[in-house]
Design a protein around this ligand. Structure first.
Ligand SMILES: NC(=O)c1ccc[n+]([C@@H]2O[C@H](COP(=O)([O-])OP(=O)(O)OC[C@H]3O[C@@H](n4cnc5c(N)ncnc54)[C@H](O)[C@@H]3O)[C@@H](O)[C@H]2O)c1
Length: 255
């Protein structure tokens, strides 16, 4: 018996990286998965199938409400319900860290558009299917909002907004039996995370070195480290928890 048997989960940004790990982790607990991403998600679909569950890939740009609505409708049409939304898609791995004075308004706003508006639009898209049925929304934040990581002010601001957005949405969605929470990882080896220290354009020590030395648990984080907390928030083990942010960064920061 899997903890998510019979459930349907949409995982955005799951063509690669941490999103793919979330999709696989949920599939191993029995969930059927909608892989939603700008990139081709067929490799995640294949991994889910190899794990014994079902998945479909729906190409989705989360900045487009119509595409988010089509993603939610596809989940309902193919699998009959939308029980879980894991709002993971973001501009992250493509960020080139640089001093704040070098960021243009357009660069700043693009990150807010994808990372904040994108999650909001996905929540709007799933709401009609989750309403009064016990839905679980898990928004991916970042522990960078506790530390104030330099070189990516737009990203850190976007993840701060996710914590606040989660609180606001939890207030409205509680009346409709939907839990909304934020998970906040620290620096994690992912397709995106691995680019940072290679590409940065500012003179700071490697992000990973900085974080690793400051953690209580002094080891590297990998996507598999992040799955457990997402599963907890996707099941009824967390039925009375909403509006919260759970930091899981090896004890780098406390919240
Ligand atoms: N890796 C880390 O160190 C770390 C730490 C804290 C939080 N996070 C968060 O975890 C999540 C996953 O991170 P990751 O390391 O796997 O990042 P990543 O950059 O490797 O992957 C992000 C995914 O989102 C997709 N995406 C980007 N824009 C999109 C759009 N407009 N519509 C749909 N999909 C889009 C990308 O195609 C990609 O598959 C992100 O929300 C990130 O901010 C990552």
């Amino acid at each position: 018996m899997g903890r998510l048997d019979g459930k349907v989960a949409i995982v955005t940004g799951s063509a690669q990286g941490i999103g793919a790990a979330y999709a696989l982790g949920m599939a191993r607990e029995g969930a059927r998965i909608v892989v939603a991403d700008l990139l081709d998600g067929q490799s995640t679909v294949a991994a889910v199938q190899a794990a014994g569950s079902k998945a479909i890939f729906i190409k989705t740009d989360v900045t487009d409400q119509a595409q988010c609505d089509a993603m939610a409708k596809a989940a309902k049409d193919r699998f009959g319900a939308v029980d879980i939304l894991l709002n993971n898609a973001a501009i992250f791995g493509s960020i080139v860290m640089k001093p704040f004075m070098e960021y243009s308004a357009a660069e700043f706003m693009k990150v807010l558009e994808v990372n904040v508006l994108g999650q909001f639009q996905c929540m709007k898209a799933v709401f009609p299917y989750m309403k009064n049925k016990g839905g679980k929304i898990i928004n991916v934040g970042s522990s960078s909002i506790n530390e104030g990581v330099p070189g990516m002010p737009h990203y850190v601001a976007s993840k701060g907004a996710i914590m606040a957005l989660t609180r606001s949405m939890a207030r409205e969605m509680g009346d409709f039996k939907i839990n909304v929470n934020t998970i906040a990882p620290g620096f994690t080896h992912s397709d995106g995370g691995n680019n940072f220290d290679k590409n940065k354009q500012m003179d700071i020590p490697p992000l990973e070195e900085l974080q690793l030395n400051a953690r209580c648990i002094k080891r590297e984080a990998v996507p598999e480290d992040l799955i457990g907390v997402a599963l907890f928030l996707a099941t009824d083990d967390s039925a009375f928890i909403t509006g919260q942010m759970i930091v899981h960064d090896g004890g780098l920061s406390f919240h």
